[in-house]
Write a protein that binds this ligand. Structure first.
Ligand code: SF4
Length: 166
C-alpha cells in the first residue's frame, strides 16, 4: 500500500513519483513566501468567524492511501492558502482543495492567495475522480518502476530537475 500526499494531485507526475521516495525541497524564498501567506490568512480569518487549523487526515483506497492537512477549516468550508495565483497551477490547486473537501466532508472551499486573489468553489466530483485516477496511474508507475514523463508545460522547475535535463 502506497501513501501519497494530497498536494501532489494533478502536479507533474514525475515530480510526484520522485517525491514518493524522497521529499521535494522548496527554495528558501518560496518556503518563506508560503509561511507569510499562511500567517496573513490566519490573521484575516480570525476576524471572520470560527475557523481552525486543519488536522492531518487519511483516506484509504484500494491501491493507495491519501494523506493531507487542510490549512484552515470552518463549519462549512475548507480554506487552502497559496503564496500567489499562478494560472498554470490553478487546476492542481483546485484538485488539492477538492480532496480536502472530501476529507473534511464539506461542500465548499476557498483558495486564498497571498497576492490578494480569492477563488471560491463548490466540491467537484469530476475533479476528485480525475485526481484519484492520477494517483492510480502514479501507483502503477511505482509498481512497475517506470519513471513518468516530466510535465514540460506545467514544470515547476522543482528540486528533481537534474533528472529532467536532456
Ligand atoms: S523539473 Fe519540471 S518536469 Fe522535471 S520533475 Fe520537476 S516539475 Fe517535473
Amino acid at each position: 500500500m502506497f501513501t501519497f500526499h494530497v498536494s501532489w494531485a494533478l502536479q507533474c507526475m514525475r515530480r510526484s513519483y520522485f517525491s514518493f521516495y524522497t521529499k521535494s525541497r522548496l527554495s528558501k524564498r518560496l518556503e518563506e513566501k508560503g509561511k507569510l501567506a499562511e500567517k496573513r490568512a490566519e490573521m484575516a480569518l480570525k476576524h471572520s468567524g470560527r475557523v481552525w487549523r486543519g488536522k492531518t487526515r487519511e483516506l484509504y483506497f484500494k491501491n493507495f492511501t491519501l494523506v493531507g492537512r487542510a490549512d484552515f477549516v470552518s463549519e462549512r468550508e475548507v480554506v487552502e492558502v497559496k503564496a500567489k495565483l499562478n494560472p498554470a497551477f490553478l487546476l492542481p490547486n483546485m484538485a488539492q482543495l477538492n480532496l480536502y473537501l472530501l476529507m473534511e466532508g464539506k461542500p465548499t472551499g476557498v483558495l486564498l492567495f497571498g497576492d490578494g486573489n480569492i477563488i471560491k468553489l463548490r466540491r467537484s466530483d469530476f475533479l476528485i475522480r480525475q485526481s484519484l485516477k492520477y494517483f492510480e496511474t502514479l501507483a502503477e508507475h511505482i509498481v512497475s518502476c517506470r519513471v513518468p514523463e516530466g510535465d514540460r508545460i506545467f514544470c515547476k522547475n522543482c528540486s528533481f530537475r537534474h533528472f529532467c535535463i536532456d
